[in-house]
Design a protein around this ligand. Structure first.
Ligand SMILES: Nc1ncnc2c1ncn2[C@@H]1O[C@H](COP(=O)(O)OP(=O)(O)O)[C@@H](O)[C@H]1O
Ligand SMILES: [Mg+2]
Length: 579
């Protein structure tokens, strides 16, 4: 049985070892009180049978006085266990989250699914916490109890102990053989439960699609099939459990009977006293419990190892490589791409020899059909991805030499997919910059035309976006993202189709605000509606990852090439610019 991951987790938590040792110490001390109690009882009973009542009472009083000590040790043991478990789990939680934050975007996007990450952060950590705090501590307790009681049995009568230690493994082995089929049933039930859950998640996350394609009957029957199987397997395992419980009772009675028969003969031979038999029987229960747990212990260790492994597997997550530059190196050159080639996946080049420049204060537009590589260029500038060939300089320094936190502080972005964090509207707008005043937030909300909507909400700007989630349209989300970028107001502004989800009227209004904001700013604007880039200084037209046309807007219109034909298609008023 491999337990490398458990060892790894414990090795990474050396600071918690003293607490673990303390936990084992309290457990050991409490376990020792059990055979001592039985031995005191034995002496008391034997002395009473010999009519030495005064001495017997002394032993009984000692046995009673031992109880508060046992209870105190039990309390301390549970107390330390709780603290130890949480202290082991907390750093894993934090380490795991901060690791995800500095992980390479491509690795996370390709290798890990959101559900998988969520399940590691949730179920695996919870599972590990339960195992460490519950099962493991319980095992330590039972194991120590069982060893201490076995020693107690040997002290009372080693001959009877040998017979007993021989009897238990045989009966336990028999029980385990029968319970194998329960395990199989339980696994089958868990698998079907997982399948049912998948159907339920599919159903609720895509309810409108499912309704519109009339597939809910099919979904219903798949779900019903899975839960029927869960029910069937659970009933079968319950039936086997009842048989096992009955057998267990029978076996334990037979075992006790055998012990009594041998005890009677050993009393006759003077090998054990009556008090000894009573003490032996009470201690033997703890020994049996310990033996019975061996199999359970192995299963629990396997389960713990699998939780620990899934968490340890996150250790090799490749982290972003940071350079040392944190200041702008060149006042005039903001972004320069020369002969940049890039592929997300091997053998599928997305960008081919891209050359592009943005000088200080320049606004540059990227134009092209969907899938032509516009957002990919934005991804490279933000260093979410790293190009394979060519040179990419930002603020006068090679992009690879930048400290990524410093670089990203200098960029204000409105991503193509409007993303809102868990939090209030205020928090969502203020995220980009520290110390933002409420007035600034309200002004930004007004600028993007959101104020009327926000003031209609009961909690105004303090409404949780989660709560308002259902009320927020794509366009409203997009406007919150624009307000966030405006508040951050970094030296380089990247707008990836910032108004794609707005209706034409709102787009014109927001565009006017964007135009004002962008005066004297360096910006890249990815445009879907060409009417929104009438005021830019330079346009690059992309098709299939190549720049097929570039120039000042008026020149491109005069050339009557790709950009011109796109403008004609979209009905952009050309005469104004060419005249
Ligand atoms: N994370 C990704 N992994 C693999 N391929 C991607 C990824 N993102 C985009 N692509 C591919 O790269 C190409 C360019 O995409 P993108 O830059 O988003 O285009 P645009 O923004 O111009 O619509 C598309 O063919 C798209 O399928
Ligand atoms: Mg895009």
């Amino acid at each position: 049985m491999k337990i490398n991951s458990i060892i790894n987790i414990l090795a990474n938590n050396k600071a918690q070892w003293p607490k673990l040792c303390l936990q084992v110490f309290f457990s050991l001390m409490r376990s020792i009180t059990l055979p001592i109690f039985s031995l005191l009882l034995k002496n008391g009973i034997d002395l009473s049978l010999q009519h030495q009542f005064e001495k017997a009472v002394f032993y009984f009083i000692l046995a009673i006085l031992l109880q508060p000590l046992t209870s105190l040790l039990l309390m301390l043991e549970c107390w330390v266990t709780g603290i130890t478990t949480e202290s082991i789990i907390l750093p894993i939680r934090k380490r795991f989250f901060s690791k995800l934050g500095s992980a390479q975007v491509p690795y996370i996007e390709k290798q890990m699914r959101t559900g998988d990450i969520a399940s590691r952060l949730n179920s695996d950590l919870e599972g590990l916490s339960d195992e460490f705090g519950g099962n493991m501590s319980w095992f330590i307790k039972i194991l120590l109890q069982s060893v201490a009681s076995a020693i107690g049995c040997l002290i009372v009568c080693w001959q009877l102990s040998l017979i007993y230690f021989f009897l238990i493994p045989i009966t336990i082995w028999g029980m385990q053989k029968i319970s194998v089929s329960i395990k199989k049933r339980k696994t089958a039930a868990s698998e079907s439960k997982g399948e049912a859950m998948n159907h339920a998640v599919d159903m609720f996350s895509n309810l409108s699609v499912i309704k519109s394609f009339h597939v809910y009957k099919e979904m219903n029957s798949r779900y019903a099939k899975a839960v029927d199987k869960v029910c069937e397997e659970n009933i079968k395992s319950q039936q086997i459990t009842s048989i096992i419980n009955a057998l267990k009772l029978f076996v334990s009675v037979v075992q006790t009977a055998v012990l009594f028969i041998f005890s009677l003969s050993f009393i006759g031979q003077g090998l054990i006293t009556v008090g000894g038999v009573i003490a032996f029987i009470s201690m033997s229960e703890f020994v049996r419990e310990g033996f019975g747990l061996v199999d359970y212990f192995i299963t629990a260790m396997r389960r713990t190892e699998s939780y620990a492994k899934r968490l340890n597997d996150l250790d090799p997550i490749p982290l972003e490589i940071n350079g040392s530059y944190n200041e702008q190196m060149n006042e005039n050159e903001i972004v320069s791409l020369s002969n940049i080639s890039f592929s997300y996946e091997e053998n599928r080049e997305i960008l081919h020899n891209i050359c592009l420049k943005i000088a200080q204060g320049q606004k540059v537009a990227l134009v092209g059909e969907s899938g032509s590589g516009k957002s990919t260029i934005i991804n490279l500038i933000c260093r979410f991805y790293t190009h394979q060939n060519g040179d990419l300089n930002i603020f006068g320094a090679s992009s690879e030499e930048w400290n990524l936190t410093a670089l990203r502080k200098k960029i204000s972005i409105v991503p193509q997919e409007p993303f809102l964090f868990n939090g209030t509207i205020t928090e969502n707008i203020a995220y980009g910059r520290e110390s933002v005043t409420e007035e600034e937030i309200i002004k930004a909300a007004k600028d993007v035309g959101l104020w009327t909507f926000i003031s209609s909400l009961e909690k105004g700007i303090d409404t949780e976006v989660g709560e308002a989630g259902a009320k927020l349209s794509g366009g409203q989300r997009q406007r919150i993202c624009i307000a966030r970028a405006m508040i951050k107001d970094a030296p380089l502004i990247l707008l990836d189709e910032p108004t794609s989800l707005l209706d034409v009227q709102m787009e014109v209004a927001v565009q006017t605000v964007l135009d004002q904001w962008l005066t004297d700013k360096s910006a890249i604007i990815v445009a879907h509606r060409l009417s929104t880039i009438q005021n830019v200084d330079y346009i690059y037209c992309l098709a299939d990852g190549k720049i097929i046309e570039e120039g000042r807007p008026e020149n491109l219109l005069m050339n009557k090439g790709y950009y011109y034909s796109m403008c004609v298609k979209q009905g952009v008023p050309i005469y104004k610019k060419t005249s």
